[in-house]
Each structure stands twice: as C-alpha cells, then as structure tokens.
Design a protein around this ligand. Structure first.
Ligand SMILES: [Zn+2]
Length: 343
C-alpha cells in the first residue's frame, strides 16, 4: 500500500472509546476521487464521561433523505460528554455520493447504481457503494448495542411518520425492546416487521437490508421512516421536532441520559405495512389521504396516461390505513404507489 501518497483520516472505535469525555466530529476517509477530493463517511461521536452502551444513529443511506439524520446531528451539537452515559454516534449522511447530487443512489461514481440499503453487509471487494457500506458495517455497526437507521420519503414518497420495530410475538430477544424504542418517537404509525421480513431463510441467502444484518448480528434495531421532501414546505419543523424529541427520549429510555421519559402515545397504530405496486406507468393520482382508513376494495389511487385516460387502478387489498403515497410527477411501470397498513 502506498498510503503516504494519499493521507487518510480513520475512525478507530476502540481507540476513541478510551477517551472518556471526548466530543468530536469528522470523516472516515474511504478513497480519493478522480479530482483528488475524498469519498468519506462523516461521523459525530460523544464518549460520555460515564460508562454505558453505544447508540449508533445513521442517516442518509439514501442520499435524498435528510430529515431524521439532521436531528441526530443537532442532538450531537447540543449534548456534552457530561450528559451522556455511554457512547453516542451519529452518521449524518452515509451515502455522500448520493447526497451531493440530491438523489437516492450514487449514480455518479458507481456504475452499478446500487441501492445502499439492498446490499448489506457491503463488500470489501466491491464497487464504491458496496465498499463504503462494508467500511460502515465493520467500523461502526459492529460496535453498536443499539442501532437506528433514519429514512424518509426523500424525493419520491410522502410518509406518515413511522417507526419500524420487530414483532415481539416472533422475537423474544428484541421485540418488546424495539417496540418501546419505537414508541419513544411518538409516531402515528408503528410498523411491525416480522424477523427475516416474514420470508425466512435470509441468513442462508446473506443479508440485504440493514434490518437483515441487524437480525443476523443480533442487534437491537429500529428504522425510522419520517416524512419526505414533499412535506418540507408545511411540516418540516414539526417533523424535525418529532425526530429531535424522539432521539432525546430514546437516550433517556436507554438510560444513556438523565431526564424524564415522555409518556408513550396511546394513539399510535401498530401494524404491518405493505408496499402496493401499480402495473402501468403514467401520472399517479392518490384517492385517499394519509392516515385515511379504508375497506378492502376501496380505490386507493389511479394512473392516467398522457391523453387523460385512466389506465390503472389501485384497490385496497384488505381493510387498512394509508401510511404513505408516491409523489413523483411520473410513476414507472410496477412502481410502488402506496404504503398501506393492515387493520
Ligand atoms: Zn430510505
């Protein structure tokens, strides 16, 4: 290795955790780009003065999703090592290649156009997105006792704030814990996920999403799905506050910070959620509002073609509730059109 040619900043968790009272943000360098600038993973770390567990919050695995990760970075700015028992790590934007272009995937310097949340645990011999993911997994995830991934609707989806936990009936180890972690965020929807995505056999097939890896590595894992860019005009502040208060509340719940736990909401709906697809591409027009309750067979949305003719209709497959809806001006064949919870 000719490391001296390109100086690289590293992230060494074992070394950093020895430095009680540390508060630091910076970058873990990955590789130099053709123009000499660095591909890197940004991080914020607080090593509390008192011992405790390690909480990892990552955001921006999809480059156009910024809401909850923004709150995680601000929480870092507001906390001091005196406040924290254990270690708080926030990754504001894991996929900076996508983030710099304001888009979900890094299509600029990765010819595979890989979706970073479909190729866990990454690949040390892979293209750049898989390579970055491998570094993230082995330098950050490996050390986490609690792991939160922040998503939102980004450029393509309008989402009721949702926290995704693991079904307690199917996971004695993490079910109740992750449900309570989810409740810290007071989201209207609590998305119940079955281990292995309900399909089973993922371990044999290898991990694909962060949730799959969390299951294989036995991590207490929570995924946030908050808002989306189409909410920003009206709801950005409200959603930011929800994330910010949720992270603070979670720190109290995990006994990593002093304070009083805000009571859990009685109104949150615990439900499994499905992505519903349309078949034909065109202009998608939702017919139900977010959080609207529907009966099996209700019309959820239509697709019209460029002549104004209806060419597809999406019906509720069961009694349920609308959790999210697709927002791009043009919808593609077989695209997701609606996120729909079961009641
Ligand atoms: Zn996402």
């Amino acid at each position: 290795m000719i490391e001296h040619v390109v100086p690289m900043e590293t992230f060494d968790f074992e070394e950093l955790k020895k430095q009680r009272g540390l508060k630091k943000h910076g970058y873990m360098d990955i590789a130099a780009q053709a123009d000499g600038s660095m591909m890197r993973i940004p991080y914020c770390i607080i090593v509390g003065e008192e011992e405790g567990p390690t909480l990892l919050i990552d955001g921006g695995i999809h480059g156009d999703e910024v809401l909850a990760a923004d709150a995680a970075a601000h929480v870092y700015q507001e906390l001091s090592p005196k406040d924290v028992k254990g270690i708080y790590i926030a990754i504001p934007h894991l996929n900076l290649g996508g983030f710099n272009g304001g888009q979900r995937m890094n299509t600029f310097t990765d010819v595979t156009h890989a979706d970073m949340n479909r190729i866990f645990p990454g690949d040390p011999n892979g293209k750049i997105t898989a390579f970055i993911l491998d570094k993230f997994v082995n330098s950050f995830v490996k050390h986490a006792d609690y792991w939160i991934t922040c998503h939102d609707g980004g450029n393509i989806l309008y989402l009721t704030p949702t926290a995704c936990y693991t079904n307690p009936e199917l996971d004695e180890e993490f079910g109740d814990l992750t449900l309570n972690m989810a409740k810290c965020f007071h989201t209207p929807i609590l998305w119940k996920n079955n281990p292995s995505g309900g399909k089973g056999g993922r371990e044999a097939a290898g991990a694909t999403s962060a949730r799959d890896l969390a299951e294989i590595w036995h991590k207490a894992y929570l995924c946030l799905e908050i808002g989306g860019n189409s909410c920003i005009m009206e709801e950005r502040e409200k959603l930011y506050d929800l994330c910010h208060e949720g992270i603070m509340n979670l720190l109290v719940f995990l006994k990593m910070k002093e304070g009083e736990l805000a009571p859990f909401s009685e109104d949150s709906i615990e439900t499994p959620v499905d992505y519903l697809h349309i078949t034909h591409g065109g202009i998608y027009k939702p017919k139900k509002k977010l959080l609207e309750k529907c009966k099996k067979g209700d019309l959820l949305g239509i697709v019209t073609n460029i002549f104004g003719e209806t060419i597809d209709e999406l019906y509720a497959p069961y009694d349920g509730i609308v959790v999210g809806t697709w927002t791009p001006p043009v919808i593609f064949p077989r695209d997701w059109a609606c996120l729909y919870g079961k009641l």
